[in-house]
Design a protein around this ligand. Structure first.
Ligand code: SAH
Length: 434
């Protein structure tokens, strides 16, 4: 790596640290990209933007690559609008069955009761997509809850998605007399004396990860570089991954953020998501005054991953480098990292499988009720297939994990249906690789 690249990187880090109220990723994204400024021709695609940037300042981190692919104002994936559902690139649990949101609401109700049934609550969701999950939660509260919903705060950076969410949730919030608040960033969410109920479904997997490789001397960052053998006619990838020759400030700092990473075998790689750590910690912090409870549901496991970054297009897994900006890029969630980030801020429980969570909360009796009131056979089949898919032990039921975050009264107690038995600290689980 050249001296100028190293200098630029340490300048970016210093800047990021100075912007105490601004997350590092945003501060970085506001620095002009040299490649963009100096390019004589207007780029015609995101691949061109990325290539120009690499030509000008050298290989970019996987995190920067993901961030550009997902959020570039013109060509970023989420800047295109509604990408969900059967017609879109992927479909999520709340879109498959209303039972998902209903059971999430039931769990939130159990925590509200455990906290002494406060009269008023506020709701917080990170990355609400089409707003379907929040709508199902609010509908269930309208029918069952004995508290007043003071406000519903949605953290969503895509303007197009915020429009979809406002149209969906505006009327229900109005009916409940709840304020609907939008924040682009978690840093905009403030502490509150009210009990906070929060949900983050398929949010953390969308956050950019840095990739590092361990060798005898420590860690070096794995970056996105141009592929010298790329030939447009051969349709091979324009980019490839390469390992830095030297360590950087970030490759020294980030892998040191968890003792688990230092135990990885020499030669292995690890994906680390600093944004996930910052965001989950902030969620714990905003529950400090009024207490709260929430769920993080995502694919991943209670460990780190080495090679999980991938794209989704039309329900199929696609290569990370295939037509940047046209596929959803995601990485598995390291739940252990989220728990470590919350140490001293809030209690956590789990993760457990989605199947265990939903079945423990009464998926089957709720399903029976829905089936009994379904108008016809076709509707019954749709309801049954949807519910089956959510708890399928070879699919979503085990790939998706559910973790609870609790703060305030009763947070030290057992949190149903999670097993809060502490693990033996002397026998840490080895970091499996994938
Ligand atoms: N929870 C929804 C949508 C999941 S997709 C569901 O399960 O159906 C991820 C959502 O998070 C999208 O709405 C996307 O626009 C938003 N998002 C992704 N990264 C974000 C970030 N860093 N800050 C705010 N919103 C983000």
């Amino acid at each position: 790596m050249s001296t100028s690249t190293a200098l630029l990187r340490s300048l970016r880090l210093t800047l990021a640290r100075r912007c105490r109220h601004r997350p590092a990723s945003r501060a970085l994204s506001q620095l002009p990209e040299k490649g963009l400024v100096s390019s004589s021709k207007e780029p015609q695609s995101l691949a061109q933007v990325i290539e120009d940037s690499i030509k000008a300042t050298g290989p970019m981190s996987v995190a920067r690559y993901m961030q550009l692919c997902l959020t570039h104002p013109e060509w970023g994936y989420y800047s295109q609008g509604d990408v969900f559902g059967r017609e879109g690139d992927f479909i999520t649990s709340p879109e498959i069955s209303q039972v998902f949101g209903e059971l999430v609401a039931i769990w939130l109700l159990t925590r509200w009761m455990a906290a002494g049934s406060p009269e008023r609550v506020r709701l917080l969701e990170l990355g609400p997509g089409r707003g379907t999950l929040m709508d199902d939660v609010l509908r269930t509260f309208q029918a069952l809850a004995k508290f007043k919903v003071d406000s519903v705060t949605l953290v969503e950076y895509s303007e197009k998605m915020r429009g979809i969410q406002r149209a969906k949730l505006g009327p229900r919030c109005e009916a409940l007399g709840a304020k609907l608040i939008f924040e682009e960033e978690i840093s905009g969410v403030q502490k509150s004396p009210l009990f906070t109920m929060f949900i983050a479904h398929e949010f953390f997997d969308a956050l950019p990860v840095h990739v590092f490789q361990r060798d005898e001397a420590g860690f070096r960052e794995v970056r996105v570089d141009r592929n010298p053998s790329h030939l447009p006619a051969a349709h091979n990838a324009r980019f490839r991954l390469g390992v830095d020759r030297e360590s950087s400030l970030l490759s020294q700092l980030l892998p040191a953020s968890s003792a688990r990473f230092g135990r990885l075998p020499i030669g292995s790689r690890v994906e680390i998501c600093p944004d996930s750590s910052r965001i989950v910690r902030r969620v714990g912090e905003v529950m400090a005054d009024g207490g709260g409870a929430g769920l993080i549901v995502d694919y991943g496991a209670d460990r780190s991953f080495s090679d999980s970054v991938r794209g989704f297009r039309k329900h199929k897994v696609v290569d990370l480098f295939e037509e940047p900006g046209t596929a959803d890029l995601t990485a598995n969630v390291d739940f252990a990292y989220l728990k470590e980030s919350l140490e001293g801020v809030a209690e956590t429980a789990g993760p457990i499988s989605q199947a265990q969570f939903l079945l423990s909360l009464g998926l089957e009796p709720r399903l029976d009720k829905l089936l009994a009131s379904a108008a016809d056979q076709e509707k019954r089949k749709r309801i049954q297939d949807g519910a089956k898919r959510l708890v399928d032990k070879t699919g979503m039921g085990t790939q998706y994990q559910v973790m609870a975050v609790v703060k305030g009264p009763a947070s030290e107690d057992d949190v149903y249906p999670f097993d809060k038995t502490p693990k033996d600290p002397d026998s840490p689980k080895p970091e499996a690789q994938s």
